[in-house]
Design a protein around this ligand. Structure first.
Ligand SMILES: O=C(O)CCC(=O)C(=O)O
Ligand SMILES: [Fe+2]
Length: 388
């Protein structure tokens, strides 16, 4: 007679023995494992982990330093090369009426105060919309100051007109131009009621101590505002790690949508589900623009704060409606990164009377704290105990 398999399911020394899985279970487990490995491989795609055939230290050393192309200040692998293919595209799509309002897609981010939802939107689509981040009164205070400042700069012939025929104006370096802006830049509730929410989200995106790249006012009249499609970390060498270097946020002082010149974005163009960047050779970026949802205009009522991942494809949109779009755009970066934005010169010429008014946090954000004279981590010759 065949003996029954009387496997002891317990062991006196190590507790229960692992139960042998049935065949179905084993296959399911293996499938999960394969999927997990695939995901990890996908994530590593941007990085060359295996040396190419024939590569040795000697061949590399003989070749010398070849990863810079001689004109890009960072490296030949900057996103600029990949972005060239989009030249003229935003205009073409706008003119042919192919850009839709984000509200036409029910799955795209809507303004929300729920931080979990905001995080989920940011991860999935590369942007999220903080609802009522400024109250109507707070918006009014900002807009009034911005309009005054813009008029003064035009009067003095230093206005920065950024679209043909004066149809858009950029008011640079707002941190130097009023405490109302400074307070919003450092998320104080008195200037922006949803500031703490924005601050918390940005800290999750970039880590503590993130810095300010620039804060400027954006004024877009009818017919102005259109930019080329770009990303806001385009100067960084590729391949990108699976996280953004910064975040451009836009405080909407007026309503944003297609007619009003709302920002055009390609939702989801920042990464894939595994976290790998879309910005690498081999990804068909054009397919992202042409696919679903493709290029859309962000819809958000005044008072909303738009937070974007610096890897998302986007650009300023043309305002076709009468009137003017007002906004403040602030670019923040991880703390060890110098400002990347082209208008980031605020910290180069801070007048003394403004410097004295800046909070410690703002000084740190701008990278203009006075240096600590004591070398960090080095022995101090005055400290006898260190010399023993
Ligand atoms: O103003 C906008 O809608 C977008 C502007 C933008 O993309 C930028 O300044 O980098
Ligand atoms: Fe941008």
């Amino acid at each position: 007679m065949k003996k029954k398999n009387r496997q002891d399911k317990n062991s006196s020394t190590s507790g229960p023995l692992p139960v042998v899985a049935s065949q179905d279970e084993t296959i399911a487990n293996l499938r999960d494992e394969v999927a997990q490995l695939r995901e990890e491989l996908e994530q590593l795609r941007g990085y060359q982990t295996e040396p190419a055939f024939g590569t040795t230290w000697q061949t590399e050393m003989d070749q010398g330093i070849v990863y810079t192309d001689g004109h890009s200040p960072t490296s030949s692998m900057s996103a600029g090369r990949l972005l060239k293919q989009f030249s003229g595209l935003s205009k073409e799509r706008m003119k042919s009426g192919q850009i839709r309002d984000s509200r036409d897609f029910d799955y795209l981010p809507n303004p929300s105060s729920d931080e979990e939802q905001l995080e989920a939107d940011f991860v999935r689509w590369g942007y999220c919309l903080v609802k009522d981040a400024m109250s109507p009164d707070q918006v009014r205070t900002q807009v009034d100051r911005l309009i005054d400042q813009a008029a003064a700069e035009r009067r003095l012939n230093v206005g920065m007109m950024t679209s043909a025929n004066d149809r858009a104006q950029l008011v640079n370096n707002l941190v130097l131009k009023g405490s109302v802006f400074r307070d919003a830049v450092e998320f104080k509730e008195l200037a922006a009621q949803g500031g703490p929410t924005v601050d918390r989200l940005l800290t999750k995106i970039m880590g503590e101590g993130f810095g300010l790249g620039c804060a400027h006012g954006s004024i877009v009249h009818t017919g102005g505002g259109l930019q080329e499609l770009h990303i806001d970390q385009g100067g960084m060498p590729l391949p990108y790690p699976p996280f953004p270097f910064g975040s451009l946020i836009i405080w909407c002082y007026t309503d944003f949508d297609l007619a009003n010149g709302g920002t055009y974005v390609v939702p989801g163009s920042h990464r894939n589900a595994s976290g790998a960047t879309s910005f690498q050779d081999g990804t068909d970026l054009l397919q992202l623009v042409n696919g679903e949802p493709g290029l859309v205009a962000v819809c958000a009522p005044s008072g909303t704060c738009i937070l974007t991942d610096t890897r998302i494809l986007h650009c300023g949109g043309r305002r076709t409606a009468q009137g003017t779009r007002y906004a403040m755009r602030c670019h923040y970066n991880r703390h060890f990164i110098r400002p990347l934005h082209e208008q980031s010169t605020a910290n180069l010429h801070v007048p003394d009377h403004v410097y004295d008014e800046l909070s410690d946090r703002l000084k740190r954000m701008m990278g203009i704290t006075v240096n600590n004279q004591t070398p960090v981590g080095e022995l101090s010759a005055n400290d006898e105990s260190d010399l023993n």
